[in-house]
Design a protein around this ligand. Structure first.
Ligand code: C2O
Ligand code: CU
Length: 514
């Protein structure tokens, strides 16, 4: 995939270089991999959809915290949800609703550089704002964290998460209009697991053998602090992509993880602003993917490497039973991420990879009542400054054009007219990937014509499950089929490269009652 180049490329100035940390100068694998604490409810509240039911109530503060990312680095100032990075993991069961109050306790000034001129945010817009979205949640619109419904310090946002959906690894993160990339980069994210007791029959590794793994890159300086780049050309806090020099696993740089020689389950998510990962075991050993964004696949997919765009999740089974006594690095291309230290003996059963998981139907294309062709565009803005990104050549503030009918199914054909890969995410819904096709576009915008030049590429086995974020490669049409179930109301869809999202590659859509 092509990621940033040419006019979008960014040179690092000498001053920045001097300060940038070179992780190879640090001692690798000295910190144990932390597992985020599981959040605890602080009370109960009435279920807004069922007045007879009391449901758990959580209180999570948006808070500055000092996070120790490596033994030999000073603590890193971060903005967190819940005081740790990643934030506490919220766990629930399907159809067990909860209320979360996200309280803005952030200091009065952002520690990352803010550009007020961006995104129509006028001088009167406070720089410290926060609003939380549960990524992958089938959430009512008023609880979804609409980007413009941010709260300022001292105020809170109260959300109802019904979890009436399949078991899956979701994640919560900031979604504030125009500064989402900065708030999230500063650390405002954590994981959210919906479990289904009916999945116990697969006997997937659980308890200490199931490890959530939030992996993201950041630019770290030698003093341990986060750096966010400012454009050399314009001096603005808008760069098309940010790629960090340090890859953090559950907030640690180059940790180790002691495992027994047996089967483990890793719930992996890519929490980077813009980096795509290609994860593998350095030894070349195979592993299995049993689930993706929205839950289990039909059957485990055997892999040597898994590609993950920002916002995507992968449920991986790794069998260490033949690696007793070894040290195995978990890597992404040439980057080491963490080291598994496999013990000599397993305490109990070694676990087995199930042959089949749960059955579900592929949605028939014939069930779609509408097909929309939507473009992913680069937008050269001569008047304002540089390069921006758009969906369907339409800026954020233009009237809503996508209005699917509640309980209807649509096909969205995502036509990538840019040179980059974009992970496109829709709120509220889950979808299936139909296929991808290479095209040549000749005056596409004027004539509405595409010439297809390659074979129809069916999704790989690990992309055959339910998804909420899909990788759209350049010069390809990526076709998804989407049942618009759950709630009517206003949501958003966007690119999950957060720099793109904050620079107009986001649009509202509205699910309307039929
Ligand atoms: Cu994970 Cu709208 O985002
Ligand atoms: Cu993008």
């Amino acid at each position: 995939m092509v990621l940033a180049g040419g006019v979008l490329g960014r040179k690092i100035s000498a001053a920045e270089k001097a300060e940038a940390l070179d992780p190879s100068t640090l001692k690798a694998f000295v910190d144990p991999l932390p597992v985020p604490a599981v959040a605890k409810a602080v009370g109960v509240r009435q279920n807004p959809e069922d007045s007879k039911e009391q449901i758990p109530f959580y209180h999570v503060a948006m808070r500055e915290a000092m996070v120790k990312v490596h033994r030999d680095l000073p603590p890193t100032k971060m903005w967190t949800l819940g005081g740790s990075f990643p934030g506490p993991t919220i766990e629930t069961q399907i159809a067990k609703g909860m209320i979360v109050e996200w309280m803005n306790e952030l200091p009065a000034k952002h520690f990352l550089p803010i550009d007020h001129s961006l995104h129509g945010a006028g001088k009167d817009v406070p720089e410290v704002r926060g609003v939380v979205h549960l990524h992958g949640g089938r959430t009512p619109p008023e609880s979804d964290g609409y980007p413009e419904e941010w709260v300022v310090p001292g105020k809170s946002q109260t959300c109802f998460y019904p979890s009436s959906q399949h078991a899956a690894l979701l994640f919560y993160h900031d979604h504030t209009m125009g500064i989402n990339r900065l708030n999230t980069y500063a650390g405002m994210m954590g994981m959210f697991i919906i479990r289904d007791p009916r999945e116990d029959v697969y006997a997937l590794p659980s308890g200490k053998y199931e490890i959530p793994l939030l992996i993201c890159d950041r630019m770290l300086k030698t003093d341990g602090q986060l750096e966010y780049p400012v454009s050399e050309k314009t001096g603005e806090v808008w760069v098309p992509e940010v790629f960090g020099n340090a890859i953090l696993a559950n907030g640690k740089l180059l940790p180790y993880c002691e495992v027994e020689p047996r089967l483990y389950r890793f719930r992996v998510m890519n929490g980077s602003n813009g980096r795509f990962f290609r994860f593998s075991l350095e030894s070349g050993a195979e592993f299995y993917q049993v689930g993706s964004d929205q839950g289990l696949l039909v059957a485990p997919a055997k892999l040597k490497r898994v590609t993950m765009a920002p916002g995507e999740r992968a449920d991986l089974l790794i069998d260490f039973s033949s690696m007793a006594g070894q040290r195995v690095n978990f890597v992404s291309d040439s980057f080491s991420i963490l080291q598994f230290r496999v013990g000599k003996t397993a305490a109990g059963e070694r676990g087995v990879v199930p042959e089949k998981l749960h059955e579900f139907e592929r949605i028939a294309e014939s069930s779609a009542v509408k097909t929309r062709q939507l473009t992913l565009d680069e937008n050269m803005d001569d008047i304002q400054r540089s390069m921006g990104m758009l969906l369907n050549k339409t800026p954020w503030h233009a009237p809503i054009t996508e209005k699917p009918v509640l309980d209807s199914t649509e096909i969205w054909e995502l036509v990538n007219l840019t040179d980059d890969s974009h992970p496109i995410h829709l709120h509220l819904v889950r979808f299936q990937i139909l296929d991808r096709r290479r095209f040549e576009a000749f005056h596409f915008q004027d004539k509405g014509e595409l010439w297809f030049t390659g074979p129809v590429v069916k999704p790989d086995a690990n992309e055959m499950g339910w998804k909420d974020t899909v990788r759209c490669d350049p010069n390809m049409v990526t076709r998804i089929i989407v049942p618009f179930n759950g709630y009517a109301g206003r949501y958003v869809w966007h690119c999950h490269v957060l720099e793109h999202e904050d620079n107009e590659m986001m649009r509202p859509f509205e699910v309307v009652k039929g």
